[in-house]
Design a protein around this ligand. Structure first.
Ligand SMILES: C[S@@+](CC[C@H](N)C(=O)[O-])C[C@H]1O[C@@H](n2cnc3c(N)ncnc32)[C@H](O)[C@@H]1O
Length: 256
């Protein structure tokens, strides 16, 4: 398909046409602060995730792996890999003859990733910035980013970098919280991220970092706007799939 398709789910997104809706093009929080917040929550990140998602995050990451369409012997880059769960799931998909690299800004998150998955021969974790990836062009079959995009100073540049390092025909995949949420998912989100995250974060002694999470979604582009950003960087056949009662969006596009 030469021109990107507008998926039906995304085109009915009401805030896409709402003139009051104003989206940010990137995260206003400076990178060093983002990195230090993730450094501070690294030791509790996986436990917090399991609590806040009721253990469903594994299912969502598996959907991201399927969207990346990698096969045994293939390769993938997992951007903003954090503690490496998606990186490892991609590693399982490419198998021992494949190669998967996880890249992240936070050294403490990378340490957790290496501790958990360092034994996997096909998986490697490296320090780097999503907006200036330390890789040549066209080297991976797919690039993924899960719950990382909303932290980047420029969403468009994040997608541009992912598209740059993926070979033509490969996939760029983004799993992220989304707006607006249908009523039920909206209430669930407000309860879990607006109130529960800072409280549970306090229990773990990381209140400030977990208070950042709900705010990182303020003004985040809705699913259709994000799809348009992917098209703008040249990705084709962009699709959007809603998960978790519409609270998450799984975007996928093809490198030309
Ligand atoms: C919410 S965590 C998501 C981690 C993991 N992908 C997951 O699914 O659990 C966001 C991650 O993005 C990383 N990050 C934020 N800004 C980044 C940047 N500019 N470049 C690379 N990583 C970044 C953080 O250090 C953190 O590990």
């Amino acid at each position: 398909m030469s021109e990107a398709r507008r998926p039906a789910e995304a085109s009915v997104d009401p805030s896409a046409t709402d003139s009051r809706h104003q989206s940010r093009s990137g995260n206003p929080v400076p990178e060093p602060r983002v990195a230090s917040m993730f450094d501070s929550i690294a030791p509790v990140y996986d436990r917090m995730n399991t609590i806040m998602t009721a253990g469903l995050d594994g299912r969502w990451r598996r959907a991201a792996v399927r969207a990346a369409r990698v096969s045994p012997g293939g390769s993938a880059l997992d951007v903003a890999c954090g503690t490496g769960k998606l990186t490892a799931a991609l590693g399982a998909a490419v198998g021992p003859t494949g190669r998967v690299v996880g890249v992240d800004l936070s050294t403490a998150m990378l340490e957790e990733a290496r501790r958990a998955f360092g034994e996997l021969g096909q998986v490697e974790f490296v320090a780097g910035n999503a907006l200036d990836l330390p890789f040549e062009a066209n080297v991976f079959d797919a690039a993924t980013i899960a719950f990382g995009l909303r932290n980047l100073a420029s969403f468009e540049d994040g997608f541009r970098e992912m598209a740059r390092v993926v070979r033509p025909g490969g996939r760029v995949v983004c799993l992220e919280l989304t707006t607006p949420r249908p009523k039920i998912a909206g209430r669930f989100y407000s309860a879990v991220f607006g109130r529960m995250a800072p409280s549970v974060g306090r229990v773990f002694g990381r209140r400030e970092a977990y208070a950042y999470l709900p705010h990182s979604l303020d003004g985040f582009p809705n699913a259709e706007e994000l799809a348009e950003t992917m098209r703008q960087v040249g990705l084709a056949n962009v699709t959007v799939r809603r998960l978790a009662l519409g609270a998450l969006a799984l975007h996928s596009g093809e490198v030309r």
